[in-house]
Design a protein around this ligand. Structure first.
Ligand SMILES: N[C@@H](CCC(=O)N[C@@H](CS)C(=O)NCC(=O)O)C(=O)O
Length: 213
């Protein structure tokens, strides 16, 4: 059954880059709507009527809004299930797939932000990620099983983590452990990922030129 294209709201050099990379990995059509974050378009009409949070990535599809990176990735990979980037519900890998998608948003990002801002986290028993070392060591142990997050199988969760760890290591927000660097290289050097990154660089250059004009 053919589905209508998703409308994808994107800004270059932002968290929506990974969602675009997933669309490229899936090899599907999408209607691209570009926002210029430097012009604050995300907090102005008409985008405020699309996503009142003023954040990207966002998707509109079949009259509904999808936001938050793990939800966007889960939605797209399931929407195009025939592309094989999401373990199905009867696959034993479905559980770990969901776990690592959600771990990203509910443990890793809050921990990385607290750490980057040198903020005192909540006590481990109430903190959503426990403490940095436990969270980070849990992530590293999973990556060490490799070559991908779920083992031999490349899935949408690798697009999320590959892109995130690429940024985080670049900005020294996460230690550049050999296992992390090797994982990032493995994911980011896939042809579709490289293509998505070059599309993003083009968009960023266009926006920079516009700004300078
Ligand atoms: N919880 C959101 C966070 C998205 C987010 O923070 N996006 C940033 C781009 S990296 C953004 O849109 N910032 C624009 C702003 O807040 O003004 C998600 O996981 O998708």
């Amino acid at each position: 059954m053919s589905v209508p294209n998703v409308t994808f709201y994107h800004a270059p050099n932002s968290r929506s880059g990974g969602a675009r990379a997933l669309l490229e990995e899936l090899g599907v059509g999408y209607d691209l709507q570009v926002l210029n974050l430097r012009k604050n378009e995300q907090h102005q009409f008409p985008y405020t009527t699309v996503n009142p949070m003023g954040k990207v990535p966002a998707i509109w599809h079949r009259g509904e809004l999808i936001t938050e990176q793990p939800a966007v990735y889960l939605y797209l990979a399931d929407l195009y299930a025939d592309k094989g980037l999401a373990p199905r519900i009867d696959d034993p890998l479905r559980g770990p797939y969901l776990r690592w998608m959600v771990f990203y948003g509910s443990c890793f990002e809050p921990a990385a932000v607290d750490r980057a801002l040198k903020r005192e986290p909540a006590p481990p028993s109430t903190c959503p990620y426990g403490d940095w070392d436990t969270m980070f060591n849990t992530l590293v142990a999973q990556l060490e099983r490799g070559p991908y997050m779920l083992g031999e199988r490349f899935t949408a969760v690798d697009v999320l983590w590959g892109c995130a760890l690429n940024w985080m290591t670049m900005f020294k927000l996460v230690p550049e452990l050999p296992v992390i660097c090797a994982y990032v290289d493995r994911v980011m050097n896939r042809p579709a990922m490289r293509h998505a990154m070059s599309l993003d660089a083009e968009l960023a250059a266009e926006q920079a030129e516009e700004q300078a004009a």
